[in-house]
Design a protein around this ligand. Structure first.
Ligand code: AP5
Ligand code: MG
Length: 214
């Protein structure tokens, strides 16, 4: 199964990716997580990406596309993958078509998670993320069993540098301008399913599972 999770910041892409990964045994590939790992390790890519990410702007297509081309060629992505946060521009979507063609495969489904802006801001402001495995939590609506500790891997929870109200509002604006055109792009390709992302994490997972069954 080869799928894209599309949606604004805070829509629940990462939350659902963790769950689908478990159900299907395929990797969840988050370009945001890959950049954060590179920032932490101080790589050249991380240094280049950090300035854009801290402001909530998109990292240039050229940096993102090469990294996804490489990641999709790994052995673990042979039988499927979930792309979380890629593509984010029409140029990235077109590049992805070329990458998949070269790999002799194609997409099965694009799930677009829809959530109103004010709810996105509430979620992002209260989000905490595992430093080790990236699993997301929320200070009100999704608390870990032990304060500050990831339920899944025991890693330390922290607040992302770009998770403040000002940056989030820019990320939402950037999403609407650069990424929303992909809804039309993938509707025309006959791949898009829209899902209400406001109904609770388990119910959203159920809707995605239903869409994947079809
Ligand atoms: P990225 O890491 O992809 O961030 P994002 O797209 O802004 O999305 P988020 O991770 O903030 O939200 P999410 O949808 O994963 O929500 P989550 O599941 O955590 O990108 C970061 C930056 O990297 C970008 O700004 C850009 O600079 C750069 N970048 C990355 N990819 C790029 C690309 N392809 N091109 C260019 N630049 C790129 O959930 C959020 C919160 O809500 C959590 O607390 C969760 O518990 C809660 N929640 C989730 N679902 C529900 C629900 N159903 N009900 C109630 N609460 C819920
Ligand atoms: Mg995420």
């Amino acid at each position: 199964m080869r799928m894209i999770l599309l949606g604004p910041p805070g829509a629940g892409k990462g939350t659902q990716a963790v769950r689908i990964t478990k159900d299907f045994g395929i990797p969840a590939i988050s370009t945001g997580d890959i950049f954060r790992t590179n920032i932490k390790e101080g790589t050249e890519l991380g240094v280049k990406a950090k300035g854009y990410m801290d402001k909530g702007d998109l990292v240039p297509d050229s940096l993102v596309i090469d990294l996804v081309r490489d990641r999709l060629s790994w052995d673990d992505a042979k039988d499927g993958f979930i792309l979380d946060g890629f593509p984010r521009t029409v140029a990235q979507a077109e590049a992805l078509q070329g990458i998949l063609k070269d790999l002799g495969t194609k997409l099965d489904i694009v799930v677009s998670i829809v959530v109103p802006d004010e709810e996105l801001v509430r979620r992002i402001a209260g989000r905490r993320v595992c430093r080790a495995c990236g699993a997301p939590y929320h200070v009100d609506s999704l608390k870990p069993k032990v304060d500050g500790v990831c339920d899944i891997c025991g890693g330390e929870l922290y607040q992302r540098a770009d998770d403040n109200e000002e940056t989030v509002r820019n990320r939402i604006a950037v999403y609407e301008e650069s990424t929303l055109p992909l809804v039309e792009f993938y509707t025309e390709a006959g791949l898009l399913t829209e899902i209400d992302g406001t109904i609770g994490i388990d119910k959203v997972e159920g809707l995605i599972a239903k869409a994947l069954d079809k």
